[in-house]
Design a protein around this ligand. Structure first.
Ligand SMILES: C[S@@+](CC[C@H](N)C(=O)[O-])C[C@H]1O[C@@H](n2cnc3c(N)ncnc32)[C@H](O)[C@@H]1O
Length: 252
């Protein structure tokens, strides 16, 4: 009988650290899908998952999206291979045609596509500022006009905690040393402003309590979650009040 996702993930518990904890693996991946859905994701949306690792979110996204709509970039060939052979069900690749690239430069141009969603979960919590600006530049170059970049980070709340190093901190294709870093939100805002992008803090995920940022082009039309229900204009309110008064008079 085929193993469940839970059983396949449990198989990995004895091996080496794969960049994400085995506990809450399913929940953490599913929460990323839910977050994208809350920000307007639909089956034909094209999604690029930066640092897709062993496909914790990729698993759910590949199932949900139309064939050919999921793209993953990962620097560790070993992690990606575990994702495609252990996490995904056999034949899922055949039916959903996800595309992958192994590169350490977050180079989204390799697919020659325009993406509706850039996803970077637990990437800015390890990446130096030089890599973050590359991701922002690539978003400007390779996303659709109404494209959205959903990324998590850990805000540097105290002076001295803002990371200014120039190397990745944490495990990767070239390191087995765990670690996390923080970035100043003011710095992120300034880098977005330079590129005519808007950035908003849109809450924390419940699995690992990282802060979500939503980045999009300045002045683009609202996505589903941004639609604001405006109060009716004053003229409509006046008509409603007049009608209520007329009805009330009949009863007096
Ligand atoms: C903390 S894990 C998060 C994985 C995935 N986003 C998730 O939520 O499960 C970070 C991933 O980024 C990958 N990574 C590290 N350096 C990278 C680089 N330069 N380019 C692409 N991926 C990288 C790591 O190998 C690892 O799989």
């Amino acid at each position: 009988m085929n193993k469940t996702l839970h059983e396949r993930v449990e198989q990995l518990r004895q091996g080496k650290f794969l960049g994400v904890p085995i506990d809450d693996f399913e929940r953490g991946g599913r929460e990323q899908l839910i977050f994208l859905l809350m920000h307007g994701l639909t089956p034909p949306s094209k999604v690029i998952d930066l640092g897709c690792g062993v496909l914790r979110a990729g698993y759910w996204l590949i199932h949900f999206l139309d064939p050919g709509c999921y793209f993953g970039i990962e620097s560790s060939a070993e992690r990606l291979a575990i994702g495609t052979t252990t996490i995904l069900e056999p034949r899922l690749q055949e039916t959903k045609q996800p595309r992958f690239d192994i590169n350490p430069n977050f180079d989204t141009s390799v697919f020659n596509e325009t993406f509706d969603y850039f996803l970077a979960y637990s990437i800015w919590t390890h990446a130096p500022k030089q890599q973050i600006v590359v991701m922002l530049d690539n978003f400007v170059r390779d996303s659709s006009e109404r494209g959205v970049f959903l990324t998590t980070f850990l805000p540097a709340q105290w002076p001295g905690t803002d990371y200014h190093g120039n190397t990745w901190v944490g495990t990767s294709h070239e390191s087995q040393t765990p670690g996390c870093i923080r970035h100043s939100f003011s710095w992120v805002k300034e880098e977005c402003r330079r590129r005519d992008l808007s950035v908003r803090l849109v809450g924390k995920d419940t699995t690992h309590r990282q802060s979500w940022l939503k980045i999009s082009r300045l002045g683009n039309s609202p996505q589903i979650s941004d639609i604001v229900l405006r109060s009716p204009p004053a003229s409509v309110l006046r008509r409603i009040i007049t009608r209520i008064r007329l009805v009330a008079r009949r009863f007096n």
